[in-house]
Design a protein around this ligand. Structure first.
Ligand code: SAM
Length: 248
C-alpha cells in the first residue's frame, strides 16, 4: 500500500515550505488540496507539477473512500491545506481517519501552523494551552462559548478573521473583563506581521483605533486565570453561569 503524507505548507512566507515537504510533494502520485487553485500557485513557485484532487469540507466524506482505495492500491498521496498544518481548523480529519482504519500508513511532514507560531512569540505560559479554533460566528453562541471558558487556567488560543476581530475583542472584554492579559498575532511571517500584547482592553482599543490593525489573519491568545483574586472572581462567574443554566 501507499503512504498518505500529511504536509504542512507556509502560513504566509513561501520560503517556509521545508525541503522535505518539497521532496514529498515531488514524489507522490497526486496531492489532495483544499483549494486546488491556491495549491497550484504554491507548487508553481517550486516548479512542481502534480495532479491535484480537491478535498474540502463539502466533499471530504464522499471522496475519502476513493482516496483510501487509491492508497490501498499502492499509490502514495499527499494532503495539504491552503496554509499551515492540515486538520488544524482545516479539512483532512475524515481522510486521515479512513486511511488509518484501512491500515494505511499516515506520515507527517511537519511545518508551519499559525497557533504554534503565535504561541512561540507571545510570551504567555505555553507549557499547557487550550486551542479553541474559531469562535461561533453568531454573537449569542460566541458569548456562550466564552462564558464556558472564563475559568480556564491554561492559555487559550483562538483563530479569528478580519471581519470579526473587533467584535470578538469586545465580547472578550465583556466576558473575561478588561484586565485579562492577551496577545494578538496578526499576519505572521508576512509583510505586516504585528504582535500586540497587553490587556484585553488595550488590544481592543488598538484594533478600534487603527483600521490597519483589523486587516489580515489573526491568532488571539488569552492568558488563563491564575490562583489570585481575579481567578476566584472568574471561577465564581463560571459557577454562577453553570447554576443559572439550571434555574427556571
Ligand atoms: N491549518 C492552519 C494552521 O495550521 O495554522 C489554520 C487554518 S484556519 C482555516 C486559518 C486561520 O489561521 C486564519 O483565519 C487565522 O486565524 C490563522 N492564520 C493563518 N495564517 C496566519 C498568519 N499568517 N498569521 C496569523 N494567523 C494566521
Amino acid at each position: 500500500a501507499g503512504t498518505l503524507h500529511v504536509v504542512a505548507t507556509p502560513i504566509g512566507n513561501l520560503a517556509d515550505l521545508s525541503p522535505r515537504a518539497q521532496d514529498t510533494l515531488r514524489t507522490v502520485a497526486a496531492i489532495c488540496a483544499e483549494d486546488t487553485r491556491h495549491t497550484r500557485h504554491l507548487l508553481a513557485h517550486f516548479g512542481i507539477e502534480k495532479p491535484l484532487l480537491a478535498l474540502h469540507e463539502h466533499n471530504e466524506a464522499e471522496v475519502a473512500g476513493r482516496l483510501v482505495a487509491r492508497l490501498a492500491a499502492g499509490e502514495s498521496l499527499a494532503l495539504v491545506s491552503d496554509a499551515g498544518t492540515p486538520l488544524v481548523s482545516d479539512p483532512g480529519f475524515r481522510l486521515v481517519r479512513a486511511a488509518r482504519e484501512a491500515g494505511i500508513r499516515v506520515s507527517p511532514v511537519p511545518g508551519p501552523s499559525a497557533i504554534i507560531a503565535a504561541l512561540s512569540v507571545a510570551g504567555l505560559p505555553s507549557d499547557r494551552f487550550a486551542f479553541e479554533g474559531f469562535l461561533p460566528a453568531k454573537a449569542g453562541a460566541r458569548r456562550e462559548r466564552l462564558a464556558a471558558l472564563v475559568g480556564e487556567t491554561r492559555t487559550l488560543a483562538f483563530y479569528e478573521s478580519s471581519h470579526r476581530i473587533a467584535e470578538s475583542l469586545a465580547d472578550f472584554r465583556t466576558v473575561f473583563g478588561d484586565a485579562r492579559r492577551a496577545v494578538l498575532a496578526r499576519e505572521l511571517t508576512k509583510l505586516f506581521e504585528t504582535v500586540l500584547d497587553g490587556t484585553l482592553a488595550d488590544l481592543h482599543a488598538a484594533v478600534e483605533a487603527d483600521a490597519n490593525q483589523r486587516k489580515g489573519e489573526f491568532v488571539l491568545l488569552v492568558e488563563g486565570v491564575g490562583d489570585d483574586a481575579e481567578a476566584r472572581v472568574a471561577q465564581g462567574k463560571l459557577l454562577y453561569a453553570k447554576l443559572a443554566a439550571h434555574l427556571p
